[in-house]
Design a protein around this ligand. Structure first.
Ligand code: ADP
Ligand code: TRP
Length: 333
């Protein structure tokens, strides 16, 4: 069976860019009727390389879980859990660590970027601020992937190297311990289409502080949408629907009829305030039900615990044969 797996790092509140570029396509995939197995998990322990606040950590994990469930992830058809609930991942990580040359980790992007930063800041210690979690991050990710004989890993460009490292670890293990001790995974590069623009017209990103977060109140959502940057043309001036941030986002939420109707009003002349109100209405309509569901889940975390627990049980069951095989071949036990 073809297995598709992807991990989501819990970092802060998700925004419209994350929804349209990553979450919505993945959820669509979870509902597809192909006969692949789909595994989605919250990479919570990966976030520990940079978090020192347990309260916030926990809140972020629940928030991500609630987001995916509220937006319609099919938790029956797919396998959805949090990494820390599957101890086999950490056992496999150790076995893989013993098979990974240290030099491979020296070449990993995020570690290299940190070293370069230290050099630029004339820090005497090139490893300043680097913990072993950050250093061996790619091995934990390899364990995430290899544990279920994963074939495909949908990722953005920044994660491709990590999947390559997982593949090369699998190859090395197979050379020593026999073919198909581990399955070699392939990355599936997610081009992500066009970037969703943020309030200021640049790519919407937490780093630019220009986001429209998903789970704000209706009032706040409207206020944020009203902040989208526009030019100073007068309401009656004709406007080009193909060159408008508002229209770009509108298209992602509205039906074709709605898009055609609004485009017509653009050409005839529409005030920006009015155009933004139209945008607010479609975004709000889209988020209305999920928002209620999200709030309900965040108020009753037992439901989330239950979903994650069931997911982890399914994941552990799937991990059993792989672990048995790897342990047996590597240790004789
Ligand atoms: P941020 O830039 O806000 O830190 P992340 O890097 O955490 O976002 O991105 C998480 C996921 O959301 C990635 O798969 C990324 O490709 C997608 N994503 C983030 N911002 C956008 C955007 N503006 N448009 C489309 N996809 C996005
Ligand atoms: N490192 C990924 C990120 O930062 C998250 C992740 C962890 C992951 N384990 C994974 C992604 C396994 C795909 C497969 O986004």
């Amino acid at each position: 069976m073809n297995t598709v797996l992807t991990g989501i790092k819990p970092t802060g509140m998700v925004h419209l860019g994350n929804l349209l570029g990553a979450i919505r396509p993945a959820i669509e995939m979870s509902k597809s009727s192909d006969d692949s197995r789909h595994i989605y998990f919250i990479a919570d322990y990966h976030a520990l390389t940079a978090t020192r606040d347990p309260k916030l950590f926990k809140e972020h994990v629940y928030s991500i879980a609630a987001t995916w469930v509220a937006l319609g992830l099919d938790v029956e058809k797919s396998i959805f859990y949090k990494q820390s609930d599957v101890p086999e991942i950490f056992e496999l990580q150790w076995l893989l660590s013993c098979m990974t040359p240290k030099g491979d980790m020296n070449r990993a992007h995020s570690y290299k970027a940190r070293v370069q930063e230290n050099e630029e800041n004339a820090n005497k210690d090139p490893d300043h601020g680097v913990n072993m979690g950050l250093y061996s991050y790619p091995i934990l990710m390899a364990a995430d992937i290899l544990l279920y004989d994963t074939n495909q890993v949908p990722v953005g460009k920044d994660q491709v190297q990590h999947v390559e490292i997982a593949r090369s670890i699998a190859q090395r293990v197979n050379q020593y311990f026999g073919d198909e001790t581990l399955i070699e995974p392939q990355e599936v590069l997610q081009e992500g289409g066009a970037y969703i623009p943020g309030l200021d017209g640049r790519k919407m990103s937490k780093s630019y502080d220009n986001t429209i977060p998903l789970w704000v109140t209706e009032k706040k959502l409207r206020k944020l949408i009203m902040k989208i940057k526009t030019d100073s043309s007068a309401p009656e001036d004709p406007k080009d629907p193909d060159d408008s941030l508002i229209m770009d986002i509108y298209k992602l939420f509205a039906s074709q009829d709605q898009v055609d109707a609004l485009a017509k009003r653009f050409r005839e002349g529409i005030g920006w305030g009015e155009a933004k109100q139209e945008l607010f209405e479609v975004v709000n309509e889209y988020l209305k039900e999920p928002r209620e569901k999200y709030n309900e889940l965040m108020e009753n975390k037992d439901q989330l615990d239950e979903i994650l627990k069931k997911g982890a049980e399914k994941a552990r069951e799937l991990a059993l044969p792989t672990m048995k095989r790897v342990r047996q071949r590597m240790t004789g036990f």
